[in-house]
Design a protein around this ligand. Structure first.
Ligand code: C5P
Length: 246
């Protein structure tokens, strides 16, 4: 059984590069200072499953496979099942694919794990992309506010067998209330005190996000752009150790 308690360090470092050598150097340099790594569409499209295997093995920590599947249920089920071979700790789908698609993904993760003999990966749903504002939602025919739409899709994900969702820092508290203590909340948009927000508009510190109820933090540039990524990750992890034990 894949469980949250399996990972003591909640930081997943976003390896946002299409450069295989740079990714390997980074994860080796991190040396386990982050609790996990996140690899996404850019890296996967460049290097495929072989690149994912290589980088995950070099990292030696759990993998968050962020491919955000969204298609008809049968196709997503097939993709999730095959993706289990990349040994992810968790992987993403779009909640807006609907109840049957979410359910198909959750079931396929169980089947895929049985086939590989590995832990069942967590199915994490993306709700409303943070790049979409009210006007964008209206343009695609959604009248609800972004927050209402996030809450609606998060509940839909939970009701249909997803294990968690990706959410922005400012949504943590309300979603934790909506979804209860065990649903996994994966949170990007994290900036340690005094670091550059870059293009992130709504940020929280790692401590604030964990105190608000985050399960895992996705942190990229504050670690990867630091001259000493391992030290940066360790400092963040140390700052969280009291909160995790609380
Ligand atoms: O460098 P930074 O810490 O901003 O990286 C955050 C990571 O989380 C990136 O991989 C980004 O694509 C991802 N992400 C995000 N906001 C979302 C969803 C994912 O920043 N809403």
């Amino acid at each position: 059984m894949n469980s949250l308690s399996a990972i003591a360090n909640p930081i997943f470092c976003a390896i946002d590069t299409p450069d295989l050598t740079a990714a390997q150097e980074l994860v080796v340099n991190l040396g386990g200072a982050a609790g996990g790594i996140k690899l996404g569409k850019e890296f996967f499209t460049a290097h495929g499953p072989a690149g994912i295997h290589q980088t995950r093995d070099a990292a030696g920590v759990p993998l968050f496979l962020d491919l955000k599947f969204h298609d008809i249920p049968n196709t997503v089920a097939g993709a999730v099942r095959i993706a289990c071979a990349m040994k992810p700790y968790m992987m993403t789908i779009h909640a807006s694919g609907g109840p049957a698609m979410i359910q198909a993904a959750a079931d396929a993760a169980t089947v895929g794990a049985q086939e590989t003999g590995l832990d069942r990966p967590l199915i994490i749903a993306v709700t409303v992309l943070t790049s979409l504002d009210q006007a964008d939602l209206k343009a695609v025919g959604v009248a609800a506010s972004p927050t209402d739409q996030v809450r609606r899709l998060a509940a839909l994900a939970q009701q249909n067998g997803a294990d968690g969702i990706v959410c922005s820092p400012l949504e943590i508290e309300i979603l934790r209330q909506d979804l209860g203590p065990d649903f996994v909340l994966v949170v990007p948009g994290i900036r340690p005190f005094g670091t550059d927000a870059g293009d992130q508009k709504r940020v929280m510190t790692p401590e604030e996000a964990m105190q608000a109820g985050a399960s895992h933090l996705v942190i990229g540039r504050p670690i990867t752009q630091n001259p000493d990524p391992a030290a940066a990750a360790s400092a963040i992890a140390d700052s969280l150790s009291n909160i995790r034990q609380a």
